[in-house]
Design a protein around this ligand. Structure first.
Ligand SMILES: Nc1nc2c(c(=O)[nH]1)N[C@H]1C(S)=C(S)[C@@H](COP(=O)(O)OP(=O)(O)OC[C@H]3O[C@@H](n4cnc5c(=O)[nH]c(N)nc54)[C@H](O)[C@@H]3O)O[C@H]1N2
Ligand SMILES: Nc1nc2c(c(=O)[nH]1)N[C@H]1C(S)=C(S)[C@@H](COP(=O)(O)OP(=O)(O)OC[C@H]3O[C@@H](n4cnc5c(=O)[nH]c(N)nc54)[C@H](O)[C@@H]3O)O[C@H]1N2
Ligand code: SF4
Ligand SMILES: [Mo]
Length: 680
């Protein structure tokens, strides 16, 4: 049949919109949103529309390559896999299995794609699984889980009040943005907490423009007012929480004048926002983005935010912060069957909470391990869907560390800055070339990503791990013939069968919404209650309470670096380091720039387009300036988006200043200095 139309899901970003793909004799000719899908309701964004350009991009690499003295040479796939397996065996014999690591980036997503890599890792005998989650998502997950026992699902569809902390959904999560806009059209209040004016803040009723990394002080200030005015849910607090007295005593320190001094937000705004939230509770929610995660005190700040929802009784209330309803799929990992914590997963000693909650090794510590061989050698790495030379902090160190490996294999679609350092480049299948299950906890739905096309030598994740396992005599761990069999196995215990799903282009709801589930199930914390204080954290020597600490850039000694840099504000046409090679998207997204306030530009004698040198204690880069309006960013704060080879901000971000609990690096709230270089 020359013409085909296939329903599947986009994965140009993590929003997983449902799409229809049109093919003409096997070639994709058009992509559009799937009309009746309950998630994105037929809409897709510019990146989704450009997926075709991306998979057929002229610079896509579709053949395996090996680095030789004369440069990259094509190599048959089976030869590449067998040589890689031989080298892995050699490293295992020389240094032990834990000298190998496996690293999965953001671009292939999570769930089963991540679990294949984790499965392989333990089957091979190393605990060293790494991912982008050393600097993404674990901050909210751990921060919330310490309080609520889980990471709740914000119920935008039914809410009356939304507090968005450090997130800009119109650019980063378009479907969430649609839901927030729909709620607002119904009369719900939208409050955005962000040092910058953003698309989200422009739509908000209140924009709380606070100084970077002071969110904890603002949240504790809100808590103080909620307690003082008795706006909290006494019944819920009495029956379902621990640590209320301790939190109350601590929050008293956050008087409105102190909060104003610390955050720069006027007392009147603190009052109004707190009142809005409390008046609408329990149909009120907090939703936290990446703007909260990349600071030294991020977990405690997020714990304070989680405590607001809990105090006001919003947990698991319709329109509030819902306890997720799981799809009940089995795990593909081998953490129970082959536990390997005794082998000292990298970073688990410094950041045990990251490992306890997420079984994540720490990528920043890995760089030091590769360079020093301490606490043991890390000599080989297989990396898929990641480009840490652009996306991890301290890029020059990343390059040096990866360059020190005896074996680096990169699976990607393109020759990235990271892939250039590899010994083998393996071409990877894109999301249009694989099949997998999509679980969406917002709408409690399972969908099926369908394979739409393929390129002969571009393996899917499953096919790759299985083929490598075969080479290493680990085939028993990968018994499923292909991805379809994996999907069937994942669904074998579920109420929904694979065939049902295959015949449901709009996906299938796996459970109806249920509220107040904690009344029968309790909370998944050590005490079974919401924890305003954490004895688990105390056991490791951390703060029991969500203590606020002033960020480094505010300290007296940082006068050498008088500006504060935030990085990584999302752009419409790119996703982290991706899509910079697509002309259609590149025109939408200006290159890397230092965004700054008009008055800072005046002080420095700068106009848009002038080049500055921006330096931290880690390094320096040169970039053009974009001067924003007076109120678009706070005076003294500057912003640079990450992911650009042409001006890589991660050359100056700090890998060794970390939140002590989850180990996240200082990618935001970084002290910097700025010097004018050239006038445009
Ligand atoms: N300074 C600063 N740095 C940041 C951030 C920040 O805010 N500021 N944000 C951080 C965050 S939140 C994240 S999640 C990380 C993400 O950083 P990474 O995990 O490195 O992910 P990406 O840059 O999105 O994509 C990496 C590569 O995956 C490839 N790819 C795309 N699709 C596929 C596929 O299907 N299979 C395979 N094998 N490869 C594929 C792409 O071509 C790309 O080269 O960046 C972090 N870096
Ligand atoms: N188009 C596009 N979409 C993406 C991505 C992309 O690169 N491009 N990346 C994907 C990934 S990996 C992720 S993790 C998500 C992230 O999605 P979001 O969490 O929504 O990230 P941003 O859109 O960058 O919004 C973060 C906001 O935090 C603000 N901020 C910075 N520091 C602070 C602070 O100290 N306090 C507060 N309150 N705010 C602060 C910034 O000004 C910025 O507006 O987006 C995903 N979606
Ligand atoms: S928001 Fe855009 S890029 Fe992300 S999944 Fe949806 S259509 Fe694709
Ligand atoms: Mo992320």
């Amino acid at each position: 049949m020359p013409y085909e139309r296939i329903n599947t899901y986009c994965r140009m970003c993590g929003e997983q919109c449902s799409i229809e793909v049109f093919l003409d004799t096997g070639k994709i000719v058009k992509i559009q949103g799937q009309k009746n899908h309950p998630w994105n309701q037929g809409t897709i964004c510019v990146k989704g529309l450009a997926a075709m350009d991306w998979i057929y991009a002229p610079d896509r690499i579709t053949k395996p390559l090996k680095k030789t003295r004369q440069g990259w040479k094509e190599i048959p796939l089976t030869t590449a896999l067998s040589e890689i397996a031989d080298k892995m065996n050699e490293l295992k014999n020389n240094y032990g299995a834990r000298s190998m690591g496996f690293w999965k980036g953001e671009a292939i997503g999570f769930a089963q794609q991540e679990e294949y890599a984790r499965r392989f890792c333990h089957a091979f005998g190393t605990p060293n699984y790494f991912s982008c989650d050393s600097e993404c998502f674990c901050g909210h997950y751990i921060g919330y889980s310490l309080v609520d026992g889980t990471y709740p699902v914000p119920d935008f569809d039914n809410t009356s009040c939304m507090l968005l902390w450090g997130t800009n959904p119109p650019l980063s999560r378009p479907v969430i943005a649609q839901k927030a806009a729909a709620a607002r059209n119904r009369g719900a209040r939208l409050i955005v907490i962000d040092p910058m004016v953003t698309e989200a803040s422009r739509q908000a009723d209140w924009h709380v423009q606070l100084k970077p990394a002071t969110d904890g002080a603002f949240a504790l200030g809100m808590i103080n007012l909620i307690l003082e005015k008795k706006w909290y849910d006494e019944e819920f607090v009495k029956s379902f929480t621990i640590g209320f007295e301790e939190l109350s005593a601590y929050a008293k320190e956050f008087t409105p004048p102190r909060v104003e001094r610390e955050t720069g937000v006027p007392i009147s705004v603190l009052w109004q926002v707190t009142r809005e939230f409390a008046e609408h509770a329990p149909q009120a929610l907090n939703y936290v983005g990446i703007g909260l995660e990349h600071h030294e005190n991020s977990i405690n700040n997020i714990r304070a935010i989680a405590s607001i929802g809990a105090l006001c009784g919003c947990i698991d209330q319709k329109g509030g912060e819902l306890l997720p309803q799981r799809a009940g799929l089995p795990s593909l990992t081998l953490y129970d069957e082959i536990p390997l914590r005794h082998l000292e997963p990298i970073g688990a000693q410094q950041f045990p909470v990251l490992y306890d909650f997420r079984q994540e090794c720490h990528t920043m510590t890995a760089m030091d391990t590769m360079l020093t061989g301490k606490p043991y050698p890390l000599k080989g790495l297989i990396m898929t869907a990641a480009n840490p030379v652009l996306t991890n902090p301290n890029s020059l160190k990343v390059k040096q560390a990866l360059g020190n490996l005896e074996l680096l294999v990169v699976r990607d679609l393109f020759m990235t800055e990271t892939a250039e350092l590899a010994d083998y480049f393996l071409p990877a299948a894109s999301f249009l070339e694989r099949t997998e299950l999509i679980v969406n906890s917002h709408i409690r739905q399972i969908g099926l990503r369908r394979k739409v096309t393929d390129f002969a030598l571009c393996q899917s994740e499953y096919d790759f791990w299985k083929a490598l396992a075969d080479q290493l005599h680990l085939q028993d761990y990968f018994p499923w013939k292909d991805e379809v069999e994996v999907n069937q196995w994942l669904l074998s215990q579920a109420a929904i069968s694979y065939d049902q799903l295959a015949n449901s282009p709009e996906g299938i709801e796996y459970s109806e919404a249920e509220y107040l589930k904690y009344r029968t199930l309790g909370f998944q914390t050590p005490s079974g209650k919401v924890e305003f204080v954490s004895s688990y954290l105390r056991k490791y020597g951390y703060d029991e309470l969500p203590i606020y600490r002033q960020p480094l850039y505010m300290e007296e000694k940082n006068q050498e670096y008088p500006y504060v840099l935030i990085t990584g504000s999302r752009r419409r046409g790119t996703c982290n380091s991706r899509y910079h090679n697509l002309p259609k998207l590149k025109v939408l997204t200006p290159g890397p720039e230092v965004e700054m306030n008009t008055s800072d530009a005046e002080t420095l004698g700068l106009r848009s387009g002038d080049i500055v040198q921006i330096s931290s204690f880690v390094g320096s880069i040169e970039l053009p300036v974009r001067v924003l309006g007076f109120s678009e960013v706070l005076e003294g704060t500057v912003q640079i988006t990450h992911g650009w080879q042409e001006g890589n901000v991660n050359i100056i971000t700090a890998d060794l200043i970390n939140d002590p609990i989850d180990g996240f690096p200082l990618l935001k709230s970084l002290p910097v200095k700025i010097v004018k270089k050239e006038t445009q």
